[in-house]
Design a protein around this ligand. Structure first.
Ligand code: SF4
Length: 439
């Protein structure tokens, strides 16, 4: 007999996870707790993780009385704890977990916490796959092959500092872009910068002064152009339809290394027309962006938590720039016919509000080609504490957000990863177009 509803999943005092026999799964839309619709639930994607959230009292739905109730333990289980899922790359979460936080609870580390339930013999989550590209599906990474790739490239390029750094990322942080470089496929990283001109509340490489750790150690030594050129050309020689990208999780803001970046882009394009040279960035310095585009940069991925300047400033805490400069960088790229993606940090309750959708559409009207829907990795209550009070107002649902954008921008692409040239459609650069621009 199939289950009529998804049951709540909790953990006992020892962290053992189990499904509740009668209570139904509740999620939090950023404003209120609600039961996920069946259309919002999918099987927990392979490669996802489950977390037990310290000091968070789980709540679930008592279907008979139609009320939210605390999920209480007993002498065997002890005090119950909330369980959340961290969904695999390429999936956007639709609801946060439903819980109440104890006053002495620690802040949560930098992950995107998703509600999780149990239905028909498996874990289910309110989420949606937003990119079919398999490049970061966790089960596609054979670490023995990664190690072989590391050994071969380290032996062939012992003095290349960038390859040595990316080796650390592949083997220690398990960075998928770094691992793909050593596996000779898809997208490779070109980490360049140690400093940043923003201080994002959820920065994954610098949490000095916070009660929780960053996910990565910030790169300590800025890369040299010759090392990055060699790394990129190695990759594009093996993966002609590949992508090489500045701006990785382990670094600051690449635009603060304008000379290295300009030399690297020009150096790569002087050697090969293959693939895509991309910049992941906070796009804070439009004049540098323009120079890089003129030097041969093909695409930019602009990171933002919101298209509303007040919310952007509250999260990014920019130093020496403002949201309007980010918009100018977008315009500089589009004025040169380049490809622009938004690295849009989706947060149910903030991203799916009327005010946010209208602000986002004003940005899309400037010619954005692709919206990468990425889950914001942060303690949800910490995030809402730093945002203005009106940030959350009558959330419409993340599925409704995506549907409305699809309807208003039929040509707009959605995804999770930086596309290779073959997936850019007519918006993408061509070797001929690039040669003409260089002439
Ligand atoms: S822009 Fe990037 S590197 Fe800079 S503070 Fe934000 S997350 Fe960190």
């Amino acid at each position: 007999m199939p289950d009529r509803f998804a049951r709540a999943v909790v953990a006992d005092a020892q962290g053992r996870i189990f499904d509740h026999p009668t209570l139904a799964l509740l999620g939090w839309d950023g404003e209120a707790w609600r039961q996920p619709a069946d259309t919002e639930l999918i099987a927990l994607p392979k490669g996802s993780d489950l977390f037990v959230l310290p000091g968070r009292i789980p709540y679930a739905l008592d279907l008979r009385h139609q009320e939210a109730v605390e999920v209480e333990g007993d002498a065997d289980t002890g005090i119950l704890q909330t369980v959340a899922a961290f969904v695999a790359p390429a999936y956007a979460r639709l609801l946060h977990p439903a819980y109440d936080t104890r006053p002495d609870a620690p802040e949560l580390t930098l992950y995107a916490y998703t509600a999780v339930g149990w239905k028909n013999g498996r874990f289910v989550v309110p989420a949606v796959r937003v990119d079919a590209d398999p490049r970061q599906d966790p089960y596609r990474f054979d670490m023995r092959l990664v190690q072989t790739g590391v050994d071969l490239l380290r032996a062939a390029h012992p003095d290349n500092r960038a390859i040595a750094h990316v080796e650390h990322c592949a083997l220690v942080y398990h960075c998928r872009a770094a691992q793909n470089f050593f596996l000779g496929r898809w997208e490779a990283p070109m980490p360049a910068a140690t400093q940043c001109n923003a201080a994002c509340v959820g920065c994954i490489s610098d949490q000095s002064g916070s009660s929780f750790a960053a996910n990565h150690d910030r790169i300590q030594v800025a890369s040299r152009a010759q090392d990055l050129i060699e790394l990129a050309c190695l990759h594009l020689a093996r993966v002609p339809n590949g992508v090489v990208s500045f701006g990785q999780g382990c670094e600051g803001e690449p635009l603060l290394q304008p000379k290295v970046l300009e030399e690297t882009v020009a150096g790569i394009r002087a050697r090969t027309q293959a693939g895509i040279v991309n910049l992941n960035s906070n796009a804070s310095l439009p004049r540098i962006v323009a120079r890089l585009a003129d030097a041969g940069l093909d695409s930019i991925r602009i990171s933002l938590n919101s298209a509303r300047p007040a919310l952007y400033h509250a999260y990014y805490k920019p130093r020496g720039y403002e949201f309007r400069h980010v918009v100018q960088s977008l315009d500089e790229m589009k004025a040169r016919g380049k490809y622009v993606s938004l690295n849009y940090f989706v947060f149910p309750g903030v991203s799916d509000t009327r005010a946010e959708i209208e602000a986002l559409c004003a940005l899309l009207d400037r010619g954005v080609d692709l919206v990468q829907l990425r889950n914001l990795n942060i303690d949800p209550e910490l995030y809402l504490r730093v945002l203005p009070d009106d940030a959350v107002r009558e959330p419409l649902g993340v599925l409704a957000l995506i549907a409305e954008l699809r309807q208003r921008y039929p040509k707009l692409r959605f995804g999770y990863f930086n596309p290779p040239r073959t997936r850019m459609g007519r918006a993408g650069p061509t070797p001929q177009g690039r040669a003409a621009a260089a002439a």
